[in-house]
Design a protein around this ligand. Structure first.
Ligand SMILES: OC[C@H]1O[C@H](O[C@H]2O[C@H](CO)[C@@H](O)[C@H](O)[C@H]2O)[C@H](O)[C@@H](O)[C@@H]1O
Ligand SMILES: [Ca+2]
Length: 589
């Protein structure tokens, strides 16, 4: 059978800045494709779908934990860092995945939750039963549950305390997350060394980096909130030095759900670098807020409050992921408004956030889904997409916790959406069958066959982004606009730049309102220069001699416009073609 996605196998290009330009794609091994027909996705299934991901145009896969685990927290409860969970496959399957992805020019990062383990991990089992043994001090034990009282509880839906009494050791143990996830004791040098060994092991398997899960919580200190402590930063500096020395080109990505001034600390500084990338948690909810408020101010203010980052560092940006849409980084007023707009049914809420997928959040509005993707793909940072959002998959709020948005990928209208041939009752989670998002019509095959589908639109957006280094490497500056509904900013690569990229200035402009608007701007540095649309290549009216320009935008409209060089001929509108994307055989006829 002809594989409609097969393009070519370019292999990895040497590029020390790859992560600053990359588009990442988070894929749950469990949820993508079931090759052995047991009802759960597996590494072999994921390998079979790599051609699809290459066709889509993503640069790097992010795999949440696939290690041995009782799966009481989606795999973030690890019981053996060195083993792949049986139902997902084996270590040799994982190595095959990395090799096959690399052959397609796709990198692979994994998730490493090192703050805690499962209570089933042998370290914990030995720690609780043999306090004087080699693992006795691997966890944070105490005779009282009254220490570190300034630390907040993160999983407020399920936990009442950060301490749980262990009847075996007859002491309390510390946990920032579920009570079955004891925190490791990073004060113990043996724990630090054990984690270094884990990191080395997975880097030796050929991964391109890892997400440092829940990194603010490694250390505890009385009188503090036990987050972002100096000792955590010292540990990260040592970890980065080890990675740079032994594994150049591999990246560490901080998952620190913190305010901009705290999160920026995870990049370290020139003398002591820490993580290459850090997720930008505050901007994500502001994108959703701005869409319902129909005003640009929340985005402008968050970007204004975002500190500069060291050369060579990069933000990770996202709309949705495997967790709830966290509202920890917004004000109380913003949170209340967002819960009202986006989670009217209490079942849609989880902890301090909303457990829904992108399309249902935006009420399946194609215009809003496009607008928010256009924002994500043009604001500073490397975007992280979540599997299934490229086809507008729905969720299932009748499932528990964050499983609402972890259902099987919808490949086609066949049994179990083509995810698995198994008896539907045996699936790890049911496939979405709601009225609006039923896999009968929301699936990859149907969208492949429809040139106007969201899937083709996303692919085109990724191709255009890839063709313009300004999106990954360029500076960002807000452009004041007379209309409060319009956001405009410039992404610019200067003539002289460290990466030897071609200079360019791209004006990005977005109408956040549902009504058409006219947007007047002043950019004197571009007086008399023309603009060219990055998608169709059309030439737009030039800036006036004083740098003024007025653009009109329809409801939820946006433009990405390249500022033409001073001597370009405005009478030849189509000299710069948009990137040509090869269509797979199935849809090119
Ligand atoms: O292993 C515990 C959790 O670790 C990550 O947690 C992050 O997600 C939380 C929301 O679900 C968030 O509030 C917290 O700040 C983060 O560290 C991981 O992404 C979770 O899936 C996991 O349950
Ligand atoms: Ca399977």
């Amino acid at each position: 059978m002809v594989n409609p996605f097969q393009l070519n196998a370019p292999g990895l290009a040497h590029d020390p800045h790859w992560y600053r330009k990359a588009v990442f794609y988070e894929v749950l091994v469990r949820g993508f494709a079931d090759a052995n027909g047991d009802g759960s996705g597996d590494l072999s299934g994921l390998i079979e779908k790599l051609d699809y991901l290459q066709w889509l145009g993503i640069d790097c896969l992010w795999l949440p934990p696939f290690f041995e685990s009782p799966l009481r927290d989606g795999g973030y409860d690890i019981s053996d860092y060195y083993d792949v969970l049986d139902e997902f496959g084996s270590l040799s399957d994982f190595k095959r995945l990395v090799a096959e992805a690399h052959a397609r020019g796709v990198r692979v990062i994994i998730d490493l939750p090192v703050n805690h383990t499962s209570d089933q991990h042998h370290w914990f089992q030995e720690s609780r039963s043999n306090p004087d043994g080699p693992y006795g001090d691997f966890y944070v034990w105490s005779d009282t549950d009254e220490k570190y009282e300034d630390a907040r509880i993160i999983f407020v839906d399920t936990e009442e305390s950060n301490w749980t009494f262990d009847p075996v050791r007859r002491q309390f143990f510390w946990h920032r997350f579920f009570s079955h996830q004891p925190d490791l004791n990073f004060e113990n040098p043996a724990v630090q060394e054990a984690i270094f060994d884990v990191v080395r092991f997975w880097l030796d398997q050929g991964i391109d980096g890892f997400r440092a899960d829940a990194i603010p919580y490694l250390f505890e200190e009385e009188g503090t909130n036990c987050e972002n402590l100096p000792k955590t930063h010292e540990f990260l500096k040592r970890l980065r030095a080890m990675v740079d020395e032994n594994y150049p080109g591999r990246v560490i990505i901080a998952e620190a759900n913190q305010m901009p001034d705290e999160v920026v600390e995870y990049f370290g500084d020139e003398d002591g670098p820490e993580c290459h990338m850090s997720f930008h948690f505050p901007i994500m909810p502001r994108l959703f807020y701005a869409l319902r408020d129909q005003k640009a101010a929340p985005i402008i203010e968050t970007m204004r409050d975002t500190p500069d980052i060291p050369a060579g560092a990069q933000w990770g940006t996202f709309l949705r992921n495997h967790d709830e849409l966290t509202l920890e980084m917004v004000t109380n007023e913003e949170r209340e408004a967002m819960l009202g707009w986006y989670a009217p049914d209490p079942r849609m809420r989880a902890n301090v956030g909303i457990r829904r997928r992108l399309s249902p959040l935006l009420d399946n509005s194609r215009a809003e889904v496009e607008l928010i993707h256009a924002l994500l793909l043009s604001l500073p940072g490397s975007p992280f997409l979540y599997y299934g959002d490229e086809i507008g998959m729905g969720d299932n709020i009748w499932l528990e916790d964050r499983d609402a948005s972890r259902t099987p990928m919808q490949w086609n209208p066949d049994r179990n959406a083509g995810f698995s041939p198994v008896d539907p009752g045996k699936l790890y989670l049911p496939v979405v069958q709601s009225l609006v998002y039923h896999f009968n019509h929301v699936n990859v095959e149907a969208q492949m066959a429809t040139s106007s589908s969201l899937l083709h639109w996303v692919r085109q957006m990724l191709a255009v982004r890839k063709a313009h280094p300004a999106f990954g490497l360029g500076s960002y500056s807000n452009v004041p606009v007379e209309s409060e509904n319009v956001l405009a900013f410039l992404r610019e690569v200067p003539e002289t730049n460290a990466e030897n990229e071609q200079a360019e200035s791209v004006l990005c402009i977005f109408n956040l309102s549902q009504h058409p608007v006219a947007a007047r701007m002043q950019l004197p540095q571009f007086a008399g220069r023309g603009l060219r649309d990055l998608f169709g290549g059309a030439v737009f009216p030039a800036f006036a001699d004083d740098g003024e320009i007025t653009l009109t935008l329809g409801s939820h409209d946006f433009f990405w416009l390249r500022v033409r060089s001073a001597n370009s001929n405005t009478s030849s509108p189509h000299t710069q073609a948009m990137p040509v994307i090869a269509l797979p055989e199935a849809i090119s006829q």
